[in-house]
Design a protein around this ligand. Structure first.
Ligand code: ADP
Length: 399
């Protein structure tokens, strides 16, 4: 099936047209600076150089029209007409408690996605805008919503509840939701395939380590716990996000620094994490370089990240009562061997032995543990677009 995958942000709209069966990406790109001046599309056909095409993008409807144009254009296109697109899969960040799977988009579904806006005020509105723009441009093509939160909806209450007054959960739906669900589900299922064992028989920890990082405990085919929470700020420290901190720090700093809600939110989301600690960068390539040149704060940031990830693996092994495999994925998980090595170091008591040579691999599917390691350590490049396309196909074939 040819599926167009759409990831709509507030001022950008990423797209990928791919074939689900082979995973072949026919074309991909990004319509950027929507609603701003100097807007453009960065477009590439499989294996070809990226073309930057200046185009006026007043809103998301313009952006979708422009994407359709580059996909069908004689010079830049990969399809003759829109009819070749069999379905559109939309990444939707927050599905609240309502969505535990992907769904075919109907007017009622859009109302339910809009009802989740208070939980993801920055993400769900552009997601909805992207959906409506596609509906207008492609009225006869099925549209499917694939939620970042859905895979984590199997968590039991003891894992997703916060120990706040119960009414806070009832009235405001304040609870752990978790994110990167499409990626965790994809690499967990792929791990089962690579291990040659049924997904439902395994206890896995999946580590999605990128700009935003989250870790999940996947027991017998279901997520039972994850490190991100009500929002993607929780869990391990990230590029610029602080991750888990003593919650009293929030009011303490608001008083000491005279910050309002927006100010403290900005400090924790944009000025913290490994960037805030190192003062160097949020990018692990820069941190490694700086650390190698003797920058102690860059080294501290790396060590904090590694230590926090290690603790989650230990906690989740305890939560699941064992561990068959640990999976590393996303920008850092797929590329930074020192981070993987330092996370695993000392976890021999959990049956893990890293193979130093195999761990040098980058960006490929690989077993990076030794042959005699009881717990397998895997590196699996994530492919969220393919996972969204496959979920879209699965929903369409149910119709
Ligand atoms: P996101 O999708 O959340 O933006 P990614 O999964 O692409 O994030 O991860 C981005 C991060 O991965 C970068 O900030 C960088 O720290 C790290 N990264 C990506 N590629 C490399 C690399 N080749 N070497 C070291 N770090 C890398």
């Amino acid at each position: 099936m040819k599926v167009l995958v759409i990831n709509a942000g507030s001022s950008s709209l990423k797209y990928q047209l791919l074939k689900t069966k082979s995973g072949e990406v026919l074309a991909k790109g990004n319509a950027d600076r929507i609603g701003l001046d100097n807007s453009f599309i960065k477009h590439s056909r499989n294996g070809e150089e990226i073309k930057v095409i200046p185009v006026v993008l007043a809103d998301h409807t313009d952006a979708i029209k422009a994407v359709i144009k580059v996909l069908t254009d004689k010079g830049t296109g990969v399809i003759k007409s829109l009819k070749e697109i069999e379905a559109v899969g939309h990444r939707v960040v927050h599905g609240g408690e309502k969505f535990s799977t992907s769904v075919l988009i109907t007017p009622e579904i859009k109302v339910a996605i809009k009802a989740c806006i208070p939980l993801a005020p920055l993400h769900n509105p552009p997601n909805i805008t992207g959906i409506e723009a596609c509906e207008a441009a492609m009225p006869n093509i099925p549209q499917v919503a694939v939620f970042d939160t859905a895979f984590h909806q199997t968590m039991p209450p003891k894992a997703f509840m916060y120990a706040l007054p119960y009414e806070v959960y009832e009235e405001h739906k304040v609870r752990r939701y978790g994110f990167h669900g499409t990626s965790h589900a994809y690499v967990a299922k792929r791990a089962a395939e690579l291990l040659g064992k049924p997904f439902v028989s395994l206890k896995l920890v999946t580590c999605h380590l990128g700009n935003g990082s989250s870790i999940a405990a996947v027991k017998h085919g279901e997520c039972i716990d994850t490190s991100m929470g009500l929002t993607p700020l929780a869990g391990v420290c990230m590029g610029t996000r602080c991750g888990d901190i003593d919650p009293a720090i929030v009011t303490f700093l608001m008083q000491k620094e005279g910050l309002d809600a927006k100010g403290i939110d900005n400090l924790m989301n944009k000025k913290s994490g490994v960037a805030g600690i190192s003062g160097v960068s949020s990018d692990f390539r820069d941190l490694e370089d700086a650390s190698e040149k003797g920058n102690e704060r860059a080294e501290l940031a790396l060590q904090m990240f590694e230590y926090q990830c290690k603790k989650f693996i230990g906690a989740y092994a305890a939560a699941m009562g064992g561990l068959d495999a640990v999976v590393f994925t996303a920008g850092i998980g797929e590329n930074v061997h020192r981070v993987r090595a330092n996370i695993i170091a000392g976890l021999e008591f959990l049956g893990m032995k890293l193979d130093t040579e195999k761990n040098k691999a980058r960006g490929v599917e690989a077993v990076i543990s030794t042959d005699d390691s009881n717990t397998t350590i895997l590196m699996i490049p994530t492919n969220e677009e393919l996972a969204i396309a496959m979920a879209t196909e699965a929903i369409c074939s149910k119709k």
